[in-house]
Write a protein that binds this ligand. Sequence first.
Ligand SMILES: [Zn+2]
Length: 386
Amino acid sequence: MTHPEQSPAEPRMCARCVMDATVPGIRFGADGVCNYCAMQDGLEREFPCGPEGERILKDMAEKMRRAGRGRKYDCVVGVSGGRDTSYCLYYVKEIMGLRPLAVHFDNGWDADTAKTNLARLCDALDVELHTVIMDWPASRELTNCTIRACVPYIDLTDDIGIASALFRTAAAEGVKYILMSHSFREEGVTPLMWNYIDGRYTRALIRRFAREPLPHFKNVDIPHMLYWLFAKGIRVVNITNYYDDTGDKVERLLEEKFGWVDTGQHHMDNELFALVYHYSRHKFGFDWRVVELSAKVRTGVLTRAEALEALKTPPYFETDEMVDYCLKKQGMPREEYDALLKAPNKYFTDYPSWYPLLRLFRWPVKLMCRRHMLPAHVYEKFFEAV
Ligand SMILES: [Zn+2]
């Protein structure tokens, strides 16, 4: 694993996508094409959509129905009100014919459009919605910890909270399947150095940077995961891998069927992302969109020229007004934020984490991903995109 700050800053870009030499873990083949492109091609082969994907999903639906016999739900579906999760919930209910429980986690940053979308969607699909709301002081302080830690990803609360809400709800309801909608075709696989997360790392950031106690924060650590995966037998499946969710046909269907309103980009159902994007562009010099745009170039939804053009201007939601709004809500003075932008950059490797231990278990993790116990791209993300 190379520390990004130590890698030579070659101004070299992949011949196929828009990732360049500043992306951590990037390597170029003889043809000038990067390993992230090869990774997406590999996932495409392992997780086909089209008729083969439909057949796999049909088998999966049958298994979920059997596991759900005698219970109220066949599966738990994580929803945000954004594009991918809304389409996933529709697909699970209408196409796969399952009985899902929709679970939403709110860390205090839900956009109003996302909330309206969720209510409309669940109403129209006749799906029960369970919302888990995070204690706001804990959410705010944990986000401030990550900014003070000078690491690239500052929205740990959302990722931990989503995992916690999904597993805890599935365990409480006796549901064996959690369905996620990360799409490698639409969103790509983010370099691990940019958004690594685990329970030990989160604890270390809190210990070192929290200025107030977080009594209501529920961490997710390895013992929790082992309990949910092995004692409770819960499986996490990215069904998105087996259907084609690329292009604006998804938005059109959601608009027509449910009066769904586009929240903008993949993450703007969560308003903190205005700060997430501003912070990483100004502190680390990278743009999160490069991952998603590259994925879209590979699937042919965008041309490489269109993706390069999009990267010339900052994301439309990253306005001064939104950044100020986020900082005010975070209770972080602008002067402190600006000083942290100039402080030395850090990565998860600068703090305690379980990553060295996880590396020892890379082959069992690969097996678990291929057997649909963990989401498909977890192995690639943790052990290949570094
Ligand atoms: Zn590439």
